[in-house]
Design a protein around this ligand. Structure first.
Ligand SMILES: Nc1nc2c(ncn2[C@@H]2O[C@H](COP(=O)(O)OP(=O)(O)OP(=O)(O)O)[C@@H](O)[C@H]2O)c(=O)[nH]1
Ligand SMILES: [Mg+2]
Length: 294
């Protein structure tokens, strides 16, 4: 399997004889013209102008957006917590994450909240508990119901080594819950993804809602990997059959070879393994292909 968290070399090469430099500068020129154009439009287009600026910045800095997507409660936030080795993102038995949250490398924990009106708020040098509290206040359905705080997105800087490769891990609101606005927030966000980890659960198996979402995702994000989470619910044989079923559905719905793209893990055990520095549990919870992070 191709390493999931390595941006492909030459990702932005556009096939020119000079290895992509010419294509890249042409694209930057085009984006500059588009920025001038959107700047000249009315205030209704402020968020479009911002999106083009972000795109340009991503192209310059070669940041790689790896989004974690899936139906509500499949364990997306827990999975990212397992990858960074800290229970930072709020998780719950109820539909929870309501705002896209971008995690990037930093020397300290820092959080920036970006609001719909263009304003932002920053919290720096945070302890783990402080960071959890702030995130809970802004990105959860529980404390920010129907996004009454009008948050657009949240950025978190964190010291986890997994973020040191230019990868931005993105937690997203789960689709398909009774909170329709969460589904809409995630669908609107898809064009910003370079690749995605599509999280499903070992039990229940992938549903019709997830297959429809998968098709919508695949139309916008072609580099897709599948995480069958909560593997701890099933024994080995049941797990094998669940992976087989998922691979078949993935093949039938978007034509990807599931055998190459499905990783079976327990995010919950992975997080425990990291917190307890337990290599055996880390391997047993399905994370062998990633080094334990702390
Ligand atoms: N048994 C088991 N439970 C898990 C695992 N991963 C997550 N959970 C539990 O599943 C529930 C949902 O986890 P979250 O990480 O909040 O799920 P989510 O996909 O982020 O949910 P939304 O933000 O609502 O979309 C929580 O109660 C987690 O503890 C796992 O690997 N095994
Ligand atoms: Mg979540």
């Amino acid at each position: 399997m191709e390493p999931l968290l390595q941006p492909r070399a030459g990702k932005y090469d556009l096939g020119d004889e000079d290895g992509g430099t010419k294509g890249r500068s042409e694209l930057l020129g085009l984006l500059d013209r588009l920025i001038d154009f959107t700047d000249a439009l009315s205030a209704d287009f402020v968020s479009d102008a911002k999106r083009v600026r972000d795109l340009k910045e991503r192209l310059i800095t070669e940041r790689f957006h790896l989004a974690v997507l899936g139906q509500f409660k499949r364990g997306k936030s827990t999975l990212i917590n397992a990858l960074i080795g800290e229970p930072l993102l709020p998780t719950s038995v109820l539909p929870l994450t309501s705002i896209p949250t971008f995690l990037s490398a930093g020397s300290k924990r820092r959080i920036r909240i970006f609001f719909r009106d263009g304003k932002s708020k920053e919290f720096g040098e945070l302890s783990s508990n402080q960071a959890v509290e702030i995130l809970t206040n802004y990105v959860t359905e529980e404390r920010n119901p129907e996004n009454k705080l009008a948050v657009s997105w949240v950025e978190v800087e964190h010291t986890a080594s997994i973020l040191n490769q230019g990868v931005i891990l993105i937690d997203t609101p789960g689709i398909g819950s009774t909170f329709r606005h969460n589904t809409e927030a995630t669908l609107a966000f898809l064009p910003q993804c370079d690749a995605a980890l599509f999280v499903v659960s070992a039990d229940p198996p992938i549903t019709e809602v997830e297959v429809d979402f998968l098709k919508a995702v695949y139309a916008k994000v072609s580099r897709l990997f599948f995480i069958m989470n909560k593997a701890d619910y099933l024994d080995l044989d049941e797990g094998n059959r669940a992976v087989e079923f998922l691979s078949k559905v993935v093949g039938q719905s978007v034509g990807l070879d599931g055998n190459d793209h499905v990783l079976r893990v327990s995010a919950r055990q992975g997080l425990q393994a990291n917190l307890n520095h337990d290599d055996a549990l880390w391997g047993a919870s399905g994370w062998q292909c990633w080094k334990r992070v702390c």
